[in-house]
Write a new protein. Structure first.
Length: 315
């Protein structure tokens, strides 16, 4: 694997760069992409961020930090994308053209010409921070804001077990760039629309417990979104609900994406590996947070997941 300095040197030598993010974008894939895009634009590189899905409104402010240009790419990078299929249908046209992948998922399947993975980093944004430093560039307020979005969201505002001393050290450096910390934290972790709260209420009513309360399952159906008048990409925090319950070791969110296709989010405690559950269905992630897609009717999908949980945990 290339070193951070080698990665930085490669990026400095390229121009006309596309940065690809994963579908259903979260703060880390977007924060990493926008931070890198801005850093490259500041040294006169043509650079552009692409995403399969609409960007959630709480992240849209980062789009203002980069120039929007049309050009054909000479070099293509993905950030926080562990598997090529996670790009989404619109970006799959680049699936065999990705020159570099920067990621922190141990489940990354090395689809790019150059892959840099650091599974010890709490977020891909931590790696992007180090790459920009190795490029010998100062990090301005806007770049710092994007990096903070990536790190803070992937650590649950520094609550999750992936948070390290290094994470706090980098956050300290970013906060010292005079980012609007209170505003960013409010947008990311406090504000909710009336529509989002309406959906959360419906989701709580779907809650089921299994294996003597050690596993909790919720579902989010398209009919709920339609009823509330909200899009799926505005509900990033839903997957955290079941794992927050006292006594629950595995929280599962079954999220309908379209007819007979469900996106699964798995959150676990430290003694259970979420990846081991998700990889059965072609997914991956981190030891405490994993995901996958499963086709079928809701009850069929739920039973498959529960059977896997039972087998993996010995329940």
């Amino acid at each position: 694997m290339k070193t951070l300095l080698e990665i930085a040197d490669i990026l400095k030598s390229k121009n006309c760069i596309y940065i690809l993010t994963h579908q259903y974008p979260d703060g880390d894939t977007l924060g990493s992409a926008y931070a890198l895009c801005r850093a490259l634009q500041l040294i006169e590189k043509k650079c552009k961020v692409l995403c399969h899905d609409p960007i959630p409104s709480k992240f849209c402010f980062m789009n203002e930090y980069v120039k929007q240009e049309d050009f054909d790419p000479e070099y293509i990078i993905s950030t926080d994308v562990a598997d090529i299929k996670l790009l989404g249908e619109k970006l799959l046209i680049y699936s065999d053209k990705i020159n570099m992948c920067i990621d922190h998922h141990m489940s990354n399947n090395s689809y790019a010409d150059i892959t840099f993975v650091d599974a010890m980093s709490a977020a891909t944004a931590e790696i992007i921070y180090e790459i920009i430093q190795n490029m010998g560039m100062p990090i301005d307020e806007e770049t710092a804001s994007c990096l903070y979005v990536g790190i803070s969201t992937d650590t649950g505002c520094f609550k999750y077990s992936n948070t390290t001393a290094k994470t706090h050290k980098i956050a300290y450096e970013l906060i010292n760039k005079n980012i609007n910390l209170a505003k960013i934290n409010s947008e990311l972790f406090e504000k909710k629309s009336k529509e989002a709260l309406s959906v959360e209420y419906m989701v709580y009513n779907t809650l089921e417990y299994f294996f003597r309360g050690k596993c909790a399952v919720i579902k989010l159906m398209q009919s709920m979104l339609n009823s509330a008048g909200i899009s799926d990409n505005e509900l990033e925090g839903i997957a955290s609900i079941p794992r927050q319950i006292d006594g629950v070791k595995i929280g599962i969110t079954i999220r309908e994406k379209k007819s007979n296709l469900f996106k699964i989010s798995v959150r676990t405690t430290e003694d259970i590996n979420a990846i081991e559950i998700c990889k059965i269905f072609g997914g991956g992630g981190h030891p405490r947070t994993g995901g996958c897609n499963i086709e079928g009717e809701f009850e069929e999908v739920k039973e498959k997941l529960l059977k896997t949980v039972k087998n993996k945990c010995g329940w």
